[in-house]
Design a protein around this ligand. Sequence first.
Ligand SMILES: Nc1ncnc2c1ncn2[C@@H]1O[C@H](COP(=O)(O)OP(=O)(O)OP(=O)(O)O)[C@@H](O)[C@H]1O
Ligand SMILES: [Mg+2]
Ligand SMILES: [Zn+2]
Length: 295
Amino acid sequence: MPKEFIPTEDIKKSSPEEAKSKEQQSQSQPQTLSLEGVKHKIMIMSGKGGVGKSTIAAFLASSLSKRGYRVGLLDSDIHGPSIPKMFGLENKKPEIDEKGIVPIPVSKNLKIMSIAFLLEGEDFPVIWRGPAKMSAIKQFLQEVSWGVLDFLIIDLPPGTGDEPLSIAQLIPEFDGAIVITTPQDVALTSVRKSINFLDLVNVPVLGLVENMSGVICPSCGDEIEVFGGGGVEKAASDFGISVLAELPIEPQVSQKADTGATYTYEGNESEWDKRFSNVVDTIEKLENNTKNDGN
Ligand SMILES: Nc1ncnc2c1ncn2[C@@H]1O[C@H](COP(=O)(O)OP(=O)(O)OP(=O)(O)O)[C@@H](O)[C@H]1O
Ligand SMILES: [Mg+2]
Ligand SMILES: [Zn+2]
């Protein structure tokens, strides 16, 4: 990470104790980020890791941008730049201009930013823990100049622990969250945890996406349910939330994610794509509703 990339010198110079006391001061008056030009903020979260959050966040952002919306995608997972990798941009370093940290453009309507850009460089003091780290992250997020966006999609770190909680609390006024789950989680403990989490941070649930729900047979198109189906629908109805999509395992999806190929899925006639478009429609409606309200 280039030197100028640590947003302010005073945070960099402060000891963990000082940063901690700063954090405590700021906790007395709730402080959130200013994202004035952003119309809709959507969180992608899950009660456990590896279920496809980043993949779905990337496809959603990409699809919305292809529908003509101005979209930002924020990778708030501090353990590695997974979103930049998906777009083949992990070696890019964001620049700083007079307005702040400039998100990295993917296409005309899509730009990305990753917290990992802040944490990766040699300059980052690895001794930072907990509150000190959070205050650096907060400062970083505050200084990203997103400009005017129709949608900001935020990929949260996995789980419902302190880290996703702190990050969720930094961002004001989410429109809602999409909860990702897999069918392996028979008891859907992680869905329950996710819903409690969202309650705590006061973010409405927009719906549940079951990812890797089965396999579509390439020759006859039948779906093979690898883990036995129905659990997610039952959980959704227990919690009174809707299932936005049951997405099959699709080799092309992981190939794209791993090679950093541009996300051009939407418009294909694959089953995955057809089902995924309901997720995109659901988010697009948030904007149409605002228009209809005359806002
Ligand atoms: N529907 C799918 N079909 C095939 N592969 C998929 C599908 N969804 C996700 N994957 C693959 O599964 C892996 C995990 O996905 P991803 O990184 O999006 O999960 P995550 O929830 O963001 O993980 P983490 O909790 O570590 O952030 C990736 O290799 C991705 O390409
Ligand atoms: Mg991820
Ligand atoms: Zn078949």
